[in-house]
Design a protein around this ligand. Structure first.
Ligand SMILES: *Cc1c(COP(=O)(O)O)cnc(C)c1O
Length: 406
């Protein structure tokens, strides 16, 4: 009898105001995305106020224009974009935002459009080839901030980003030197991998940065510690984010960089994981396997392909009194790979027709939906209750003023 009475507000678009929505009466046939603007705003304010430098949002985690506007209104002024479509989207949605093109391998046409049409001045690179491309595409511009991406370990992260990008130790000296010649401001960036479970991921990477600066003997103006800040999932509960910020701040302060140098970060997941959850319907039960109407090709890519668990909750009224048991999920497509092993703990009497809320899908969940096999999600509902889990302060799942008894 705890948290199954939460209100669902239905709105025709996510920017509309909260209105009552009764899931027992509506019985949606397709999955419904719930969005929580207040949760994204809280995460943004947390980074804007507490990170000891500049926080830019990594747009790929969730490019929803509504979310972009919420983050902007909550103090996030800089955006890490990785494709020309993301550049155009943010430029259109937030005309005053500062864009940083942080994909180390870009199309020359994309660099030129970003620079000449959208005013982008910050670019990342991890090779001489890319440096030449940027110089050429910007007409040998003299107002560039160039961030050299170093390859760092992903050993503390749940999702590696260690093999695809980043200059290796043997390459950094020449590259930093060449980038220094071409840049107005020189930065060093890295990505420790997503869902970094300890601050040591960052302090270890900053040791690599120190070695690179000392070896190249160049003046560095920007240190960008990238993304990787964690959210909380079942079985992956990280230490408080303040510990990450403190460790990064201390390591940054001890680097051999100029007094006026800046510290940046690029959180994706941490800013938007709590923004969305989905409501799915059980279409069939086979023992401990539930066939639900969303899956690997919908918002549950990470549950299927990385084996991640997400918080789940049976939305039944009155509450089930059955004890929890472990379930796995099958998604709606005809593909065997559309399988989420979990385990997901739900009352043992779950049956076809029941609705389940799956939480923490605001990052790399709703953004990765496809329409494969004709399954999708067309409804988004704004809700004002708390996400199932939050890293940001004392959180109570029920917000009294918005509780509607179903
Ligand atoms: C994906 C990505 C991010 C965001 O990573 P999170 O783990 O979601 O914080 C930041 N910077 C770059 C360059 C990325 O590719």
């Amino acid at each position: 009898m705890h948290n199954h009475h939460r209100a669902l507000g239905l709105a025709s678009t996510p920017s509309n105001a909260f209105t009552g929505f009764d899931i027992a009466r509506q019985r949606p046939v397709n999955p419904v995305t719930l969005v929580r603007p207040h949760a994204a705003a809280r995460a943004a304010r947390f980074f804007a106020e507490k990170f000891p430098g500049r926080s830019m949002y990594a747009v790929k985690a969730n490019p929803s224009p509504d979310l972009l506007r919420i983050l902007w209104d909550s103090g996030i002024t800089h955006y890490d974009v990785a494709s020309i479509a993301e550049v155009r989207l943010v430029a259109r949605t937030l005309p005053e935002a500062t864009l940083c093109f942080m994909h180390p391998v870009k199309a020359e046409e994309a660099i030129a459009e970003a620079y000449f049409t959208h005013g982008v001045r910050t670019f990342s690179l991890d090779s001489m080839e890319e440096l030449k491309k940027i110089v050429r595409a910007t007409g040998e511009a003299t107002d560039l901030t160039l961030c050299v991406r170093l390859r760092v370990s992903s050993e503390h992260s749940k999702l590696s980003l260690a093999s695809k990008f980043g200059a290796a130790p043997g390459e950094t000296k020449a590259l930093l030197f060449a980038a220094r010649q071409a840049a107005d401001a020189l930065g060093i960036c890295f990505h420790v991998g997503s869902q970094a479970m300890t601050p040591e991921a960052y302090t270890g990477a900053l040791e690599r940065v120190r070695a690179a600066i000392v070896e190249a003997a160049v003046m560095v103006d920007v240190i960008d510690v990238g993304g990787g800040f964690p959210s909380s999932y079942p079985g992956m509960e990280p230490p408080p984010l303040e510990r990450y910020f403190d460790a990064i701040h201390r390591a940054f302060e001890s680097l051999p960089v100029s007094y006026s140098s800046e510290l940046w970060c690029e959180p994706g997941r941490a800013l938007c994981a709590e923004y969305s959850s989905i409501v799915v319907r059980v279409e069939r039960r086979r023992g401990a396997e539930l066939y639900i109407n969303d899956g690997a090709y919908g918002a549950l890519f990470d549950a299927a392909h990385l084996g991640w668990r997400f918080p789940v909750e049976l939305m039944r009224e009155p509450d089930s009194r059955a004890r929890d048991m472990a379930f796995s999920f099958y998604g709606p497509t005809c593909d065997d790979m559309d399988h989420m092993a979990g385990p997901f703990l739900l009352p043992a009497d779950v049956q076809a027709g029941d609705y389940i809320e799956i939480g923490m899908l605001g990052a790399y969940g709703t953004a990765m939906r496809t329409a494969f096999n004709g399954f999708g999600c067309d409804e988004t509902v704004v809700v004002a209750d708390e996400p199932m889990v939050s890293l940001y302060g004392d959180v109570f799942r029920e917000v009294a003023t918005n509780v509607v008894t179903l």
